[in-house]
Design a protein around this ligand. Structure first.
Ligand code: DX5
Ligand code: ZN
Length: 217
């Protein structure tokens, strides 16, 4: 699959979200970080903002829920207009049931792992998912340094996906930039979230194109 670049609006200007979404038209997805100040020590936005964003942009929304009790909340993000919903396995009470519910409502189901969470215990869950997110920073904030000790986990996950013959996408999130994206792609990632590397650039749309070219090279 060609590399997909998902700009994270966490690094955008929250007072101008619709314009900021349009500034990266041409991106594959828009990555929307939902934080509840419990699962992570930061607070961002919720269902009403996702509803408005879904109306404001034609780019599909990739909602990354860094929240407690995703079993209760994730389906509401599908109803709000998200085309892909990612929950954290550390927070989910029943990840298989939740993934099935997200899919049944018509969105892509995705599961995220914090840096200290191994992939191996979840091998049997992979067929239930459309995407797996490997965090390459501790979730909570944009602009953190990429954790290259996550590269072996990306590699092992890509091997498991191959072993089971799955179509699963493998997303990386945190510290992805011109200086780290090639290592992620080499390790087997195919969906790349980039916040500061896109919205910190003078021309965000050009930054998306440059990252995609790098990842595909
Ligand atoms: C962090 C979020 C990321 C964040 C990435 O917890 O999940 O999506 O926006 O920002 P950068 O690309 O700046 O590391
Ligand atoms: Zn994210």
């Amino acid at each position: 699959m060609a590399a997909q670049i998902n700009p994270s609006i966490l690094s955008a200007d929250f007072a101008r979200l619709a314009d900021e979404a349009r500034a990266v038209e041409g991106a594959d997805w828009l990555h929307v970080d939902v934080m509840d100040n419990h699962f992570v020590p930061n607070l961002t936005l919720g269902v009403p903002v996702v509803e408005s964003l879904a109306r404001a942009t034609g780019t599909p929304l990739d909602c990354h829920l860094m929240i407690e009790d995703p079993d209760r909340w994730a389906p509401q993000y599908v109803e709000a207009g998200a085309s892909s919903v990612t929950f954290h396995v550390e927070a989910a009470a029943a990840p298989v049931r939740l993934a099935r519910e997200i899919r049944a409502k018509g969105a892509r189901a995705s599961m995220a792992l914090k840096p200290a969470t191994p992939i191996e215990p979840y091998e049997d869950l992979l067929p239930e998912l459309d995407m797996l997110l490997i965090m390459t920073v501790e979730p909570g904030f944009g602009g953190q340094a990429f954790l290259d000790i996550m590269l072996p986990k990306i590699r092992r996950t890509r091997e498991l996906i191959g072993k089971h013959g799955l179509e699963l996408w493998l997303q990386v999130d945190g510290g992805v930039s011109a200086s780290t994206i090639e290592r992620c792609a080499d390790a087997g990632a195919d969906v790349f979230v980039a916040g500061s590397a896109v919205y910190g650039a003078k021309d965000p749309a050009e930054a998306v194109r440059a990252l995609r070219n790098q990842a595909d090279a």
